[in-house]
Design a protein around this ligand. Structure first.
Ligand SMILES: [Fe+2]
Length: 297
């Protein structure tokens, strides 16, 4: 049993898409090396508990579950905690805008730590090589100068003015364009990105990745899209995002070590890694040890 740092223990952790849990049926999954079970009651309210080895079967009367873990729902997902979680999840205000198409885009198991997956999500340098002719294309390989800060007030990493030429920035894009990104890391294992919206120049599409740390070297990526797109179907929007993530998965699984090294000297940084460096430092300062290799003190 690994040592779970107190901050990780007290966080809300994503465990499943709400609409994929059927009332009265049990889904099991792994969170922080612990087997948990999830169901919903007749009113649709989620229930999460530690699954014991003796428990069997896929059906349950939710009323019989007495030892429940804390639960909150948000952004289409169920979140739980092994400690004392905050009153609310981190905010994504755009999610509530009435004309947005909000959708979960699936939960994908990846054999890498959650922090490694966050760091890959922040990296624009891989676009032309991994998402060729969609999110990037040669010769447009340069990651231009951008700004990174850690907001003390909101306790999150923020990268702004990130610009990249993309052949097909979104499903609704009809031609290549220079796209502007803003990245937030409002939770050690979650990131939210805002990118230029091809349909409305004044607004941004929102794509978020919520990582469920299953073990220190394995996670599930739960994806959210909150889009301004009046023409595409939800199925097509989902498929677009799944295609992108399908390209990231093998790259992520080839990373070594699978835990994220926090020592600044462990991997040679280049300018494009500015947000990654800020993220690693933020994790270090917080005292996160789960899924990382802490810096030598
Ligand atoms: Fe990627």
């Amino acid at each position: 049993m690994p040592n779970i740092d107190s901050l990780t223990r007290d966080l809300w952790q994503v465990v499943a898409a709400t609409n994929e849990i059927t009332p009265g049926l049990v889904e099991t999954t792994l969170l922080l090396d612990t087997r948990i079970a999830i169901t919903r009651d007749r009113d649709g309210a989620p229930i999460v508990w530690r699954r014991s080895d003796e428990e069997q079967g896929d059906e349950i009367d939710p009323a019989t579950v007495t030892e429940r873990l804390p639960v909150i729902t948000g952004y289409g997902y169920i979140w739980t905690s092994f400690g004392n979680p905050p009153a609310e999840l981190f905010p994504i205000p755009e999610y509530a805008e009435p004309d947005r198409v909000n959708m979960s885009c699936g939960s994908i198991g990846i054999h890498v730590s959650a922090p490694r997956a966050v760091e890959n999500f922040l990296d624009m340098g891989h676009f032309p090589y991994v998402h060729t002719d969609i999110l990037g294309a040669e010769p447009h390989t340069e990651v231009k100068e951008y700004d990174v800060e850690v907001s003390e007030e909101r306790d999150e990493v923020l990268a702004t003015r990130c610009r990249f030429f993309q052949p097909r920035a979104a499903l609704s894009a009809t031609e290549g364009q220079e796209v502007e990104y803003v990245y937030r890391v409002p939770h050690p294992f979650c990131s939210v990105l805002y990118k230029s919206c091809p349909e409305d120049e004044s607004r941004r599409d929102v794509i978020a990745i919520f990582l469920q740390p299953m073990t220190e070297e394995r996670c599930r990526a739960h994806l959210l899209q909150s889009m301004i797109d009046s023409t595409s179907t939800i199925t097509d929007l989902r498929r677009f995002q799944q295609t992108i993530f399908g390209q990231d998965k093998p790259i992520l699984e080839n990373q070594f070590p699978k835990r994220l090294p926090l020592d600044p000297r462990s991997e040679t940084p280049i300018r494009a890694d500015k947000s990654a460096i800020a993220y690693r430092r933020w994790l270090s300062q917080k005292g996160i040890t789960y899924g990382v290799i802490p810096a030598a003190s």
